[in-house]
Design a protein around this ligand. Structure first.
Ligand code: PNS
Length: 162
């Protein structure tokens, strides 16, 4: 299997994302984990910080960490990669993912989106909930890798670490 692009906001990286990277590496020769510079979302971490979290948590040489602006399919074409990997947690993800996959197919028919189910331990974990819980003083220990936990603790105080 050739390389695939695993795109997302990764604000911040969670153990659910990591589970997908690990399983993606069983299926593809390599992964480009691509952090979207999404102007419409207010981010907690900068793209550079998010890329650093991913690089530290995924030291595998088959993982390339990158950032991109603009359309994902244009980025994929520039990288010469024709598979997009996305995780599906629950039915609630489906509609959004279905719309994106179909829009991307309309824009670039040769680029295929492949879905993998998120690891069962992380079905309820999202970056949005991690940000919310940590900012309100709840523990996100076990839901994010240690480097992200440390950064959340330094932003929001020790309670984010449980
Ligand atoms: O982690 P997210 O926020 O669910 O990831 C969404 C992402 C970044 C994959 C999506 O918003 C995206 O591809 N953005 C790039 C702009 C683009 O191509 N938009 C059209 C997609 S249909």
């Amino acid at each position: 299997m050739p390389r695939a692009i695993y795109p997302g906001s990764f604000d911040p990286l969670t153990n659910g994302h990591l589970s997908l990277v690990q399983r993606g590496l069983e299926m593809f020769d390599g992964l480009v984990v691509a952090v979207a510079q999404n102007q419409t979302k207010t981010a907690l971490f900068t793209v550079e910080e998010r890329k650093q979290f991913i690089g530290e948590a995924c030291p595998d040489p088959r993982v390339e960490v990158d950032g991109f602006e603009g359309l994902l399919v244009d980025y994929a074409r520039r990288k010469g990669v024709s598979v997009i990997l996305r995780g599906l947690r629950a039915i609630s993800d489906f509609e959004y993912e279905f719309q994106m996959a179909n829009m991307n197919r309309k824009l670039a028919p040769k680029i295929e989106t492949v879905f993998m189910m998120t690891g069962e331990d992380y079905f309820y974990v999202s970056s949005k909930l991690v940000r919310e819980v940590a900012s309100l003083g709840g523990s996100v220990k076990g839901l994010v890798p240690p480097n992200v936990l440390r950064k959340l603790q330094s932003k929001f105080g020790k309670s984010a670490g449980g």
